[in-house]
Design a binder for this molecule. Structure first.
Ligand code: HEM
Ligand SMILES: *[C@@H]1O[C@H](CO)[C@@H](O)[C@H](O)[C@H]1NC(C)=O
Ligand SMILES: *[C@@H]1O[C@H](CO)[C@@H](O)[C@H](O)[C@H]1NC(C)=O
Ligand SMILES: *[C@@H]1O[C@H](CO)[C@@H](O)[C@H](O)[C@H]1NC(C)=O
Ligand SMILES: *[C@@H]1O[C@H](CO)[C@@H](O)[C@H](O)[C@H]1NC(C)=O
Ligand SMILES: *[C@@H]1O[C@H](CO)[C@@H](O)[C@H](O)[C@H]1NC(C)=O
Length: 322
């Protein structure tokens, strides 16, 4: 009996070890420890400097990381420029808020000077995404590294990003296809504590919403009036829009408080309150910022494991394949 129990236990340990190595154990917090110990300092310096000149940089970079990892995995496909024969991801339809590529270029140039051909562009995005959260007052975590860079970037694949009009069922499906849970969905949506949205991403909620409702009924009426004022019809200002959070350059739990109050900007944000599978998580994060911070750190590590490429190259210039 004792022996049987022992066998079952060691079998379990074995399975756990196998499971871990299958689910992305190629990444390592100390990956550049010997080859480029100053890698994270170099990235941080570039990100901090850029943020001083342009306070939009943190939101840009956080969004870039999400976009990169959701298309072809975290392989820096988002950084590749279009070529005569190929329209790249960054020129695909929902690219309005993709920017600040120069910050990654700046870090890469310095890294190539200090430790040539060593630090992948995919790892630079992952490190920079952690740094912008910290610089905005959010939690910190240890970034796993060792990603390789992909060689393919296709504009038509951005169709696989979840849309701001998606409901929670669609979002849960999109996240689960990438090994992320419903809780990860709610947690990572908290990235909308930073940044801005153009009218095009939410104005369908404001007028002629459905046959039954002219305005999306899940919107707080006063907030709906505000949004209509910011996005008039016709709208001549291409840059018009709304901050995603009242404290759009501070990483906090205000995003969840706003959702509880009917002031989520996208259908995708607000629907998290309307679905029993996610509502309790939204409410918990709205009450407890510390809980949100701890969960966010863990969820960003999981996002960074999505579709990691083990065999690939370390690009010398993040915009072109070697
Ligand atoms: C759950 C599915 C998601 C959807 C449908 C979504 C959709 C969007 C849309 C439509 C915009 C505004 C684009 C514009 O009009 O300018 C946006 C902005 C943004 N998103 Fe998301 N997003 C999602 C998840 C995430 C995640 C997981 C993160 C990061 C952890 C993130 C971070 C951001 C940030 C920081 C911005 C602001 C960008 C800026 O101000 O430059 N989003 N998102
Ligand atoms: C800091 O950022 C500014 C603005 O982007 C840039 O012109 C400058 O070269 C950067 N300096 C360093 C040391 O990276
Ligand atoms: C977005 O795509 C358009 C059309 O392909 C392109 O002209 C524009 O430069 C892209 N924007 C960014 C930030 O890459
Ligand atoms: C994108 O286009 C390529 C060919 O250029 C095609 O093989 C691929 O299936 C398309 N992907 C999507 C998601 O439409
Ligand atoms: C979510 O959207 C899909 C596609 O529009 C729809 O079929 C489904 O019924 C919606 N689910 C819920 C719970 O509203
Ligand atoms: C409102 O939507 C309906 C159905 O999509 C459409 O037939 C109608 O023209 C729209 N009205 C306006 C004022 O855009």
């Amino acid at each position: 009996m004792g022996r049987l129990l022992q066998m079952i236990c060691s079998l379990n340990v074995l399975l756990i070890l196998v499971g871990v190595s299958l689910s992305g154990a190629i990444l390592d917090a100390n990956y550049y420890h010997k080859t480029c110990p100053q890698a994270e300092d170099i990235v941080y310096t570039a990100v901090r400097n850029a943020t001083i000149y342009d306070p939009k940089v943190p939101a840009r970079i956080l969004r870039m990381f999400f976009h990169d990892c959701f298309i072809r995995g975290c392989d820096a496909s988002v950084l590749l420029d279009s070529t005569p024969g190929n329209k790249a991801e960054k020129d695909g339809p929902p690219n309005v808020s993709l920017a600040a590529f120069y910050v990654i270029d700046d870090a890469k140039t310095k890294l190539e000077q200090s430790c040539p051909k060593t630090v992948s562009c995919a790892d630079i995005i992952a490190i920079a995404a952690r740094d912008v959260v910290v610089l905005s007052g959010g939690p910190s975590w240890s970034v796993l590294k060792g990603r390789k860079d992909g060689r393919i970037s296709r504009a038509n694949e951005t169709i696989n990003l979840p849309a701001p009009s998606s409901n929670t069922s669609q979002l849960i499906q999109s996240f689960s296809q990438r090994g992320l849970s419903a809780k990860d969905l709610v947690t990572l949506s908290g990235g909308h504590t930073l940044g801005f949205s153009h009218c095009s991403s939410f104005e369908a909620r404001l007028r002629n919403f459905s046959s039954a409702h002219d305005t999306d009924p899940t919107l707080d009426p006063k907030f709906a009036t505000d949004l209509k004022g910011k996005c008039p019809k016709p709208n001549t200002d291409r840059n018009a829009g709304q901050f995603l959070d009242s404290t759009a350059s501070v990483f906090d739990n205000d995003y969840y408080k706003r959702i509880v109050g009917g002031r989520g900007v996208f259908v995708s944000d607000q629907s998290l309150l309307g679905d029993y599978r996610t509502r309790w998580i939204v409410e918990a994060f709205a009450r407890d910022q510390g809980l949100f911070f701890r969960e966010f750190a863990g969820a960003m590590v999981r996002l960074g494991n999505v579709g990691v490429v083990e065999s690939g190259e370390v690009r010398v210039n993040c915009r072109v394949v070697n």
